[in-house]
Design a protein around this ligand. Structure first.
Ligand SMILES: NC(=O)c1ccc[n+]([C@@H]2O[C@H](COP(=O)([O-])OP(=O)(O)OC[C@H]3O[C@@H](n4cnc5c(N)ncnc54)[C@H](O)[C@@H]3O)[C@@H](O)[C@H]2O)c1
Length: 335
């Protein structure tokens, strides 16, 4: 079992990684908790034992269930079971469940404690850590939310036994990203150590810039995401988030190379890491270059042009890139 501290002062907590760590749930709950609301999904074959009376709320699958309507249902249920601020919510699921459960916990009674038990690799290395919670609107993804740090994150690697192949790939895309955030070698690590190391890297970025200030370090966690979001939003490519991030990482490296920031060897390293996780490195052939450019300009980080997180010998930084340079790299790569 590996304990990774997320050093956030009075909001500090641990991410605990290892086989069977969901059994630590009772000791992660507030000492006087009398009831627990467990939020999960029907397709997730995991269970937790909070050690006090609990009620389970099953929410829908897919991004359409990540909605204000689901939050209204959940918080209504919390009220009917008599959940108080001395009690707790538990998010047992992938990033969708922990985002929704976290936001419902942030909003109910203006904030009740939440413990996340992520059941996807993506949840363990990314979504359950760092306190970003929220839901989608018909107008766009993750448009309503709150920063609400969990009281603990229990990454029980036993729960990955049932994870579908496609969801592994999605988590691998985010894991690939961590290889480039600090320059350290993650390849030597086994799965448990790698998850813990990724959690620690994320924890450090979050601790340095909890609320993603303009120009702050947390934005660097979006490495590979500018093209990835555009690929996901245009919706024609049937890519899971991490699969899109894998392609986005390689594209960001190629773009940095075209801008003279990194050499060909560094680009090759990006391709090697992404391919090493069994992920595609090539831009989908059917990609519409003009559509993707418009979508990237609309990205929430597109303050004054298309902003990319780009690599350089001194490390990653957020850089505005002229549209014509992005277009020419896309064209060179066959889009
Ligand atoms: N808050 C953040 O910082 C953050 C970061 C990244 C992503 N996210 C959000 O996370 C969501 C994506 O999360 P995800 O990739 O985990 O997908 P997901 O939560 O939608 O889960 C994917 C599928 O796997 C199933 N599943 C989950 N665990 C399983 C298990 N152990 N066995 C079998 N099936 C299982 C789910 O029921 C679902 O059908 C998105 O909504 C995204 O916006 C949030």
């Amino acid at each position: 079992v590996i304990r990774v501290p997320v050093p956030l002062g009075e909001r500090a907590y641990d991410v605990v990684v290892g086989a069977g760590v969901r059994k630590l749930l009772p000791e992660c709950l507030p000492p006087r908790a009398e009831r627990v609301a467990v939020v999960t999904q029907a397709g997730i074959p995991a269970e937790v034992e909070p050690g006090c009376p609990s009620e389970t709320f099953v929410i829908g699958d897919g991004e359409a269930a990540k909605s204000l309507a689901t939050v209204a249902e959940l918080t209504g249920g919390f009220a009917r079971m008599g959940l108080t601020r001395a009690d707790a919510v538990v998010g047992l699921g992938g990033g969708l469940v922990t985002d929704v459960a976290g936001f419902a916990a942030a909003a109910y009674h203006r904030g009740v404690p939440v413990v996340h038990v992520p059941t996807t690799l993506l949840g363990m290395v990314d979504a359950a850590i760092g306190g970003k919670t929220g839901v989608n609107l018909p107008e766009g993804k993750n448009l309503v939310g709150a920063f609400w740090q969990p009281a603990a994150v229990l990454c029980d690697t036993d729960l990955l036994a049932t994870l579908p192949e496609r969801e592994w790939r999605s988590g691998y895309g985010e894991l690939a990203k961590y290889h480039f955030l600090t320059g350290e070698d993650l390849e030597a690590l086994g799965l448990e150590e790698r998850i813990a190391r990724a959690a620690a890297i994320k924890a450090n970025f979050v601790a340095a810039d909890e609320r993603e200030a303009i120009g702050g370090r947390r934005a660097l966690l979006n490495y590979g995401h500018t093209l990835a979001h555009a690929l996901e939003v245009c919706g024609r490519h049937d890519l899971r988030h991490g699969e899109a991030v894998g392609i986005g990482l390689v594209f960001a490296a190629e773009l940095a190379h075209d801008l003279g920031r990194i050499d060909a060897g560094r680009v090759a390293r990006h391709r090697e890491v992404v391919a090493g996780y069994g992920l595609a490195t090539e831009i989908p052939v059917a990609l519409d270059r003009d559509e993707v450019l418009v979508l990237m300009a609309r990205d929430k980080k597109a303050i004054g042009g298309i902003r990319f997180v780009l690599d350089a010998p001194a490390g990653l930084e957020v850089v505005p890139v002229p549209g014509d340079v992005v277009a020419s790299t896309l064209a060179r790569l066959g889009a």
